[in-house]
Write a protein that binds this ligand. Sequence first.
Ligand code: Z16
Length: 825
Amino acid sequence: MTEARPRLRRTVGDSLEDFERDLISNLYYQRGTTIESASGPDGYHTLAVTVRDRLVDRYARTAAAHYAANPRFVYYLSAEYLLGRQLRQNLLYTDTERWVRPIAEDLGVSLEALEVYDVEPGLGNGGLGRLAACLLDSMATLDIPAVGYGIRYEFGIFKQTFRDGQQVERPDDWTFYGNPWEFPAPDDRQLVGFYGTTKADPKDPTGLKKHWVPGETVRGEPSHMLVPGYGTQTVNIIRLWQARASRESFDLARFGVGQYVEAVDDIVKAENISKVLYPDDSTELGRELRLKQQYFLVACSLRDIIRRYRLRNSGWEGFADKVVIQLNDTHPVVAVTELMRLLVDEHGVGWDEAWSITRRTFNYTCHTLLPEALETWPVRLLERLLPRHMEIIYAINHFFLEEVRAAYPGDEDVVRRMSVIQEGDERRVRMAHLAVVGSTAVNGVAELHTKLLAETTLHDFATLWPERFHNVTNGVTPRRFLRMANPRLSTLITESLGDEGWLTDLERLHGLGTAADDPAFRAAWRDVKRQNKVELAAAVERSTGVLIDPDALADVMIKRFHEYKRQQLKLLHVITMVNRIRADPQATYVPRTVLFGGKAAPGYHAMKLLIQLVNAVADVVNTDPVIARHLRVVFPPDYNVTKAQFVIPAADLSEQISLAGKEASGTGNMKLALNGALTIGTLDGANIEIRDRVGADNFFLFGMDAPAAAALRRSGYSPRSFYEADFELRLAVDTIASGAFAKGDRSVFAPVVDAMLGRDEYMALADYRAYVDCQDTVAEAWTDTERWTRMSVLNTARCGFFSSDRTVREYCAQIWKVDPVRVSP
Ligand code: Z16
């Protein structure tokens, strides 16, 4: 569809009358109902397709402009996307909300009432998936020709519920009521092979060309969703693949002898490939099905990319000039071998030329420093599942190690360290090494992350090929995370700056710097924050039953539960506040609401127990009349993009307290600061760059930096010595150990205590004192309302850098070397 030359004929009008007529028409002829009998879902679906049609019109013109220009395209390969709800975004991007409100009112429904049916596609875990969505938004906004490729998981990230405070996972059947935002494109289906054998090509003297006979084939069926740019005509797409049984999957022999049910088994097996998203955030899990998912994504997408290339081009010399592929983490890295296989085995390109094309086509973004998050796959598994790819990996590695040996004659240690194959009892393929070897550019996602990558994880590669290493600090889209999430603050900003230009030029927020000194502006700023908190309070009461005070300091920690992010440190602070109030109930305390949000991977027992402890502490705090006067703890279940859009605008304090050197970047930190929350944080990830920009006076810094943390670990870290040396810390840990949060049962949370006093892998106890003291400084600062507001305004004013528009501009200039293509109205 993308490539056909559409007739440039308008199909939708651009007046309110047209919109209203289309709504009625869609209700009748698409939904098959009437105004009188329409249900809520009928209303939602009708509105959705009516808005969608406005984007289809732009998409058709975008496809035509791209066809005519035959530009260089960015192809973003990602196993995860967290797009968020689509309805509000598309109303904003088509500027139709102003029509929908009066029409809906006439019909006696509200937009808010319809929006409850707008299901967020939860096709990702956390930061990496949401970053992919922000980058796509910014690429479209900057008129960059781009396609995102991903998997259409039938079940996205699980829904989190709490039973007796424990996380219980429920399946996310997100398409149950249908998805009005996607277009199936069965004509563009692809066949993907697995297993089987390889045969030599008798006519190939080099032995590098082979023929793969797969043992199993699966069909990939694409559908696409529209990705509109803001303030421009460009509408790009994200293409998602779903696995379907291929004709070969039907076991015809079995059908013949009446084994109908057995024959259908293979269909089920094939369709399982895209059934469910792996719910693991930054922990490797070497499961065969996951590797199948990765190859499925890669195989379908590369064939589609080649199909698109061939619509306007021929020959392979120009391929890497028209195609740039960005690999989002190691998940799609098998693409390096698949492109080699397609070129060498299927298209008869010689190995060297194929390698040159491949290397020039790919770039790789790394999102972690945790060794356990860097994927490795057992050689045995690859040999079985993708036999030809394993051979290609050996060949790539062979030529690569020749290069290493030439650079470091006699140094077999460096060869062992750099090899794509990790030797040992179970030989494994290091996907990050394969990615670096097969790419032109490799990037980290924040300055510290890139620096540490080059010094540690990828040190040998950064030494051999320094020119390949880049930093591109992450960003967030100001459309979703400021304009849509925080309309009140957006209006105030626009009034102050004079126009809405900041939405696509976020550095213009600097213009708020002077307004920070205007008491009337500060009062208006506070008023917005308070109204946002009133709204959040209502939502929190609905979901947790707990009342919160909109005048209390809203202290939020929203992110996946992971030991390195240190929710346990936050909890020690909460318990310390409880103990202080208990010890002196008459003293004055700054009223606080601590809000937690986030999921733990279903198999991550330590973090699931910590979730249970957070809920148990919340229970004790909120039901003790003395404590609840000063402190509330709430944990609304199922934190996701939709909930983020409610919480972030209401936050006063942003908790970014990971152990320095562990959080690659963070992006919630950017969203919160942009919405005027002050950060309490360590010198980790992008926190450093946030602090550099907002100013040290407007940021609450505490704790060890990365070198200090590394030094403490080397010197033999003992959490017990910190426990013994600090009375309040000891009391906090002992309070957990006493069973105070388990009705006196000391055993329930004993593993939490043991983890703290035993290994304390992420050295929370070492940073406890600095953290609690820093929180006292925060409380003190909060009492000076005018000063706090000024700091809040300056955070927003100085965070323009963290727009994903800037991130995309940097990718374009440093890595992609692509130019925009304008689409005429
Ligand atoms: C993920 O969300 C991230 C890293 C990773 O290896 C796997 C997943 Cl699913 C996150 C990082 O933890 C975070 O620091 C970063 O901001 C985000 O990716 C986007 O780069």
